[in-house]
Design a protein around this ligand. Sequence first.
Ligand code: ADP
Ligand code: MG
Length: 557
Amino acid sequence: MWGAPDESSVRVAVRIRPQLAKEKIEGCHICTSVTPGEPQVFLGKDKAFTFDYVFDIESQQEQIYTQCIEKLIEGCFEGYNATVFAYGQTGAGKTYTMGTGFDVNIIEEEQGIISRAVKHLFKSIEEKKHTAIKNGLPPPDFKVNAQFLELYNEEVLDLFDTTRDIDAKNKKSNIRIHEDSTGGIYTVGVTTRTVNTESEMMQCLKLGALSRTTASTQMNVQSSRSHAIFTIHLCQTRMCPQIDAENATDNKVISESSQLNEFETLTAKFHFVDLAGSERLKRTGATGERAKEGISINCGLLALGNVISALGDKSKRATHVPYRDSKLTRLLQDSLGGNSQTIMIACVSPSDRDFMETLNTLKYANRARNIKNKVMVNQDRASQQINALRSEITRLQMELMEYKTGKRIIDEEGVESINDMFHENAMLQTENNNLRVRIKAMQETVDALRTRITQLVSDQANQVLARAGEGNEEISNMIHSYIKEIEDLRAKLLESEAVNENLRKNLTRATARSPYFSGSSAFSPTILSSDKETIEIIDLAKKDLEKLKRKEKKKKK
Ligand code: ADP
Ligand code: MG
């Protein structure tokens, strides 16, 4: 299902929840439909979206877990990070799907992703130990830790911190987010619970979920206005698996290090992210404090969207991915495009009154579809070395490119520097663009002025004629067109004079440079001829006028 381990993409699933009783009572219609046998969802009649998985109304929790998540837990045992996040408007089923609620009486079938994943994790641990013992090998050692964080108003809160003052939500927490030398993200000041069994883990989850920040909006009485991130860390020490000779060439570094120590340590973290509602503020009628929350929630989702689109866009990916724009993206940095396999579950409501929000959710999810992650094993030392070598290669390639394009140079004394021409060129280019814009604006002004002059001059002439009692419409139209022509010619004249001037300058320069080239004044007659042309036209106009006047007189007689 996942591609080659080093080139897998972020997967996107869409889940449509069933209509709630309230929606049925209020007579909402279903506006979503799924193409049978295709991961394609239709919204209304004509808006179609294709994703990796589409789960229609009747799909069960079990199905979502086995199709989307199971593989990721398996991956954790091989040292791959993983992230699942649930996106969508409040009430679309994020918490239900993820299982971050604190409903203790939930029946087995309705259990969400987290409890299934936890069960799977501890079952696999037991199995792996068992298999090793059966084969007469030393059993692998596992350490499982959990963290539960909440992001509320761009503040990181620790849901495991029992001493935390629930009322002091706005107080600054002392949790810090850091990045290690290999780009891994870790937090400081967060309670880490070491967990040994499935039930211990579930107990932790329930306690944390209870202290989540929730507040009511018109949409959902228990809607959450914050992002919840539940993280499981898995640390495994196991016998090195035998590396076969075929892979030896590209895994050279790994094999060398694993021959040194018989055991290897693999670490992996699994994030379960229940995002805050993606709805627009207007819809929920939020004001005041709630509106402030809304803004920072959207800031996180906005940043997440930008990160996603930067990762999806190959040209942008190489330059800058704006992880630092929000705490959410910073925390998820190594889970999006980093050392991680990621799945986004976009939850939507089927009801027609949520049409716009559903459309927005599908569009957002569609943006994430293009991300291609580079996934690799968290293997101690070896992977760090590979990482370092990879980035070194990229850096050198960049440098080489810069030499090739002339941005970087080495002068006679062997000192390297950035080419001044490069800066100058960039500056000139900007200036050029600015000037181009200015010329365009000026040209427009000139055109407007010319039209006005034509109008004014012809009006003036008409007034004179009217005073002499000789004006009529035909004549005034003619005058107008002549004056227009005169103005156009005048403009052309000015233009050609300028060209002429330029050419003359070039000529003088050329003559100065080459003594064999003798200049001539062949250009000056152009002005004269142009002037003559104008005079001729005016003469013609006068004659035409005379003719018309005569005609008028004849008519009067
Ligand atoms: P969100 O976390 O997105 O705000 P919830 O997970 O709280 O939404 O879901 C809202 C309501 O819809 C809850 O009452 C939940 O039980 C119900 N619900 C959501 N998804 C499903 C589903 N797939 N099947 C049955 N009920 C669901
Ligand atoms: Mg929720």
